[in-house]
Design a protein around this ligand. Sequence first.
Ligand code: FAD
Length: 421
Amino acid sequence: MYFEIDPKVREDKGLSLLREETHRFAEEVIRPAARELDRMSDPEQVIAKDSPYWDVLKQMKKLGYHRIFIDPDYGGLGVNATEAHIILEELGWGSVGLTTAIGVDQIAPAVASLFAMGDVIEKIVKPWVEDTEAKYHGCWGVTEPECGSDYIMACEESFLPHVKELHPGEVRADEDGDGWVINGPKSSWISSAPTATHVGLHVTLPPHDSLANGAFCIVPLDQEGVTKGKPVDKLGLRDDPQGDITFDNVHIPDDYMLIRPPFYEFRIGQIICTTSCFMGTVFTGLARAAFEEALEYSKNRVQEGKPLCEHQLVKQKLYKMFEKVESSRCYTRKIMEHVWEKTYIERTFDASSRHALSAQIYGKRSAFEVAYEALQIFGGYGLTKDFLIEKLFRDARAGLIEDGTTEVLGLAAAYNIVQEC
Ligand SMILES: Cc1cc2nc3c(=O)[nH]c(=O)nc-3n(C[C@H](O)[C@H](O)[C@H](O)COP(=O)(O)OP(=O)(O)OC[C@H]3O[C@@H](n4cnc5c(N)ncnc54)[C@H](O)[C@@H]3O)c2cc1C
């Protein structure tokens, strides 16, 4: 059913093979496990030792999907932007939830590989890239109980002149002998917090009066003073557990403080560019999955004497869904290429954040619109657990909030447009 419009990709045997192999893994391993995890009534079952969650994580690490964003000089997978896009769309097709788990896994080691000083490469990055047993698992702690969208806004450099209007942040790092001591709570929404061994953590530095005094560090979570809450019981993305983490006098060595002022704004904005391309792409995969489900169903379900797809109204819906999937792929891939060039090739770290944010918004919105129409084509059956579309719809709905609401991401992009254009 998939037709690749770009001849450079279509005629490249290596890329076709990459897509076929990743698709097979998504179809045979990720999707069945994600459906099983989604059906578990208690989120504690998802994170239990014998849960399929761990098996998928291990298999993803064996295939190197935890190294996509790590600098190739330090053991990264060494893929280019097109290859990364192909892998992520296919994994997202299998499940956005489990793909997010392998995405947040690599944020801290990827940042360390790009910006680290001192021993962090030896202590963190090297064991991480070599891990094929999911001994290490990372999460990304940005949002806080009192500081959700505010933290997302603070990551956009163009917004910073207004940063005093925001909450000043709750998780703080203070100098402590040869390192730092961390205190405060992150929100209940940290993806993979219940299963993670490490967190890539956003903190504020003294005088703690604004998020502009922000920094980013890596914190091992097996230390005294770290407490984690229960995994959240939620509507969608149930195969990807979220939970809170609280820090009570937790010490880290100085070189674990990876990004500090005055580079905080600039470098954090660039991390958000990469994560935005990630999100836009995996949700393109979800959009395609929903479209395929609806097309197949519409060919088999007969009403008024003919298959649904032969009714003009349904045909029109299918066309609009197709258009959204294709435009989402083209747009997110193009922007991924731009961000990749600025991050991994030129290393100037000056990607256009308005474009990157729009890739995330476009991919997520397309996924929700396609899943919404797809479920409508299923009629009443679409509301039942018997059909995948019910899960895809819930996952797409959660995506409009995950990693920043589409409204607030758009607001952040708007500050950049007004300032830069
Ligand atoms: C599935 C999932 C996974 C997540 N994973 C992570 C993770 O891994 N790490 C992490 O740190 N966080 C994570 N989050 C948290 C996520 O980033 C926040 O939920 C999101 O940024 C919104 O913050 P909030 O929930 O506090 O809502 P609020 O900030 O309280 O917003 C509530 C409403 O007000 C609107 N609003 C807020 N500010 C403005 C404004 N200035 N102007 C106009 N409207 C505004 C919002 O659009 C929203 O509709 C996750 C969330 C979900 C649902």
